[in-house]
Design a protein around this ligand. Structure first.
Ligand SMILES: Nc1ncnc2c1ncn2[C@@H]1O[C@H](COP(=O)(O)OP(=O)(O)OP(=O)(O)O)[C@@H](O)[C@H]1O
Length: 637
């Protein structure tokens, strides 16, 4: 390596503010696991070789005769330095400035907003966000990156240097071969890493799955000098074969875990994985992982999606979202196809029949993996559900072919245990159904608290009927697709026509009919008083403690969904609710004897409070307060 003066001078540039913050955090939160820097740098070197191999499919000249891609790790005891070099794609000046000076990744804002200052929690967050190149500064007081892009001239290389203190320099230099060499100048207390044994041990532990050879200089014991002496010969220190091509029986859990960290850009172990070779009409290998934590960009439309695609072991692309349905976008992994052409593009992927087969096959595998977790490791499944349940729910609409399997994997909060934790499966619900019950009941609201306090629940609680309590944004959407489970339809208890008759005994039915007759005049008066505001007024048996509630017709949008549409700026239809009154309630009794002049006020008050209990906001809250105060003071004044 040579560094010469050229016409262009060295420039000093500042790191993006977020990089400064990240560097600071990284050094303080990850120090206890500092050797991960080596895994990160080797992982980048491997990615750089993959990228070169891919670009060379269209442009073989990029290899310039050197097709043996490899990674080398060297150390220098005297200089207290370690160098990780690759003959991969390299970086141009602009790429180096952008890649090693900024964080241009989706989820950055969420990441910084979630930091707490608690070392352990922040370390976890950094891990989820991606540790990467900047982890070098955990052990190094200075880092030099010498790089020449594949295809660039010898004189067109760059030297990037930084002490990790807020700025870096970048200068034009010469470099004899393409690729990148990253040299870390270690802090004094990090001497343990300038040691062949230690480096080999760390490489085997973290990077054995890397499919390229990782080479180090051979060493021999020199008895005279009584130390290890390096020889002029390279040896490969890892297994250097693509992990997913090895037989399952030869892969340890640790190797799977480290491989996941490499491809998933995660710091934590995965929750579960599935590894299969599929033969027959379509031939491919899949190694798919379910992470433990949701990535920062799970809800970001621009976020990373999908898995890495290889064709006959050649890396083709990251984030091949066509290989998995969108509701499984949290899955990370590798799919290696034997059928696709090497020059496959994203556009071709969209239309390819082979890809459709792979997508369907992969979705089935992931569902089997989740079923296995749900059945055999319920605690782990609960962890999964907490992180990804809302995404999986999208599958009920997106993947109707697997709807039944997905429905079995759903978990809900319910009145059975009255807790916000989503732990109840539809099968659990069905197994607890009462005699004569033929429906699965649910109520949906903006929050768990609103759902579990809904007045609609009163009769269900009284009768001991379980109701699912739904409050995730995706729920209403899901329910428009998921209409039944195990032959039983899912029914909202906030929608009209709730027919609990089959569970009422003869006496109850008779009583209800009598009550309806007695209250007929009141119902008519209320209807008049609320004309234009409600669709209908009727007597209900569904309330116990509340005087009234609002419901909508079976086929109408629920009030909760209407509010969601309005909040999203969409024009929602102007639906009028049905007011149902509880004839047993003292307030209704009071209404019957209210002075004529107050009757309309009472009627409006009743409607407004039923709307409030439903979670709606009132069109004229001040009028409501005034009316209530007047009636509290005895009315008629
Ligand atoms: N050895 C290398 N050769 C070529 N480009 C590299 C090399 N190392 C890093 N880069 C470039 O710098 C970018 C930033 O690297 P960094 O390790 O910080 O993040 P990452 O690899 O994209 O993601 P993660 O942080 O999850 O590892 C890479 O995406 C790549 O473009």
């Amino acid at each position: 390596m040579t560094q010469t003066d050229t016409n262009m001078a060295s420039e000093t540039l500042g790191f993006q503010t977020e990089v400064k913050q990240l560097l600071h955090l990284m050094i303080h939160s990850l120090y206890s696991n500092k050797e991960i820097f080596l895994r990160e740098l080797v992982s980048n070197a491997s990615d750089a070789c993959d990228k070169l191999r891919f670009e060379a499919i269209d442009n073989p000249d990029l290899f310039q005769g050197d097709t043996d891609l490899r990674i080398r790790v060297e150390y220098d005891k005297n200089a207290r330095s370690i160098t990780i070099s690759d003959n991969g794609i390299g970086m141009s000046r602009d790429e180096a400035v952008a890649n090693l000076g900024t964080i241009a990744r989706s989820g950055t804002k969420e990441f910084f907003s979630q930091l707490t200052g608690d070392k352990q929690k922040d370390a976890q967050l950094i891990g989820q966000f991606g540790v990467g190149f900047y982890s070098s500064f955990i052990v190094a007081s200075k880092v030099s990156v010498l790089s020449r892009r594949a295809g660039a001239d010898e004189t067109d290389a760059i030297l990037w240097e930084s002490e990790g203190q807020g700025e870096f320099t970048i200068a034009p230099v010469e470099k004899a071969d393409r690729g990148t060499s990253v040299t870390l100048y270690l802090r004094e207390e990090e001497d343990e890493f300038v040691n062949g044994w230690k480096l080999r041990e760390v490489l085997r532990r973290y990077s054995d799955h890397i499919s390229l050879p990782i080479q180090m200089q051979k060493e021999e014991w020199d008895a005279e000098k009584s130390e290890q002496v390096k020889k002029n010969e390279w040896e490969t220190v890892n297994q250097a074969s693509a992990l997913w091509t090895r037989p399952k029986s030869e892969i340890t859990d640790e190797q799977y875990q480290e491989f996941y960290k490499h491809i998933g850009h995660d710091y934590d172990d995965p929750l579960a994985w599935t590894h299969n070779r599929v033969e027959g009409r379509s031939e491919y290998t899949q190694l798919l992982f379910v992470p433990k934590h949701a990535p920062m960009d799970l809800w970001d439309r621009e976020g990373r999606r999908g898995v890495k695609l290889y064709v006959k072991r050649v890396f083709i692309m990251d984030d091949a979202e066509q290989l998995l349905p969108s509701y499984l976008r949290f899955v990370r992994g590798v799919i290696d196809s034997a059928d696709l052409p090497l020059n496959v593009s994203r556009e071709i992927l969209q239309e390819s029949r082979d890809v459709r087969v792979i997508r369907e096959g992969s979705a089935k595998r992931v569902l089997s993996l989740l079923e296995d977790l749900a059945e055999n490791k319920p605690e782990q499944y609960a962890e999964f559900w907490e992180q990804f349940g809302q995404v999986l729910k999208e599958g009920t609409g997106e993947d109707q072919g697997n709807q039944e399997r997905i429905a079995k994997l759903l978990r809900f909060a319910s009145t059975h245990d009255d807790s916000a934790a989503q732990t109840v499966s539809l099968a659990d619900y069905v197994s607890r159904m009462k005699e004569g019950q033929d429906k699965i009941y649910y109520v949906s609201a903006d929050s768990y608290a609103a759902a579990s306090n809904s007045p609609h629940l009163e009769i269900f609680r009284k009768k001991g009927l379980e109701v699912l309590l739904l409050s995730d944004r995706v729920d209403e959407w899901m329910l428009s697709y998921l209409r039944e489970f195990d032959g039983k339809s899912l029914v909202s208890i906030a929608k009209g026509g709730l027919n609990l008759d089959q569970m009422a005994d003869e006496e109850e039915k008779k009583h209800q009919a009598e009550v309806a007759e007695t209250f007929k005049p009141l119902v008519e008066r209320l209807g008049k008083a609320l004309d234009g505001k409600v669709k209908e007024v009727r007597v209900t048996g569904r309330l116990v403690d509340s005087p009234a509630c609002v419901v909508v017709d079976e086929n109408e949008l629920s009030p909760h969904l209407l509010r969601m549409l309005q909040a999203a700026g969409q024009t929602a239809p102007d639906l009028k609710p049905i007011l149902e009154i509880n004839p047993e309630h003292a307030l209704i009794g009071r209404l019957q004897v209210a002075p004529e002049v107050d009757f309309d006020e009472w009627a409006l008050l009743l409607l407004d409070q039923a709307m409030l209990a439903e979670g709606a906001s009132l069109a004229e809250p001040a009028a409501f307060v005034k009316r209530m105060n007047r009636l509290l003071l005895g009315g008629a004044v």
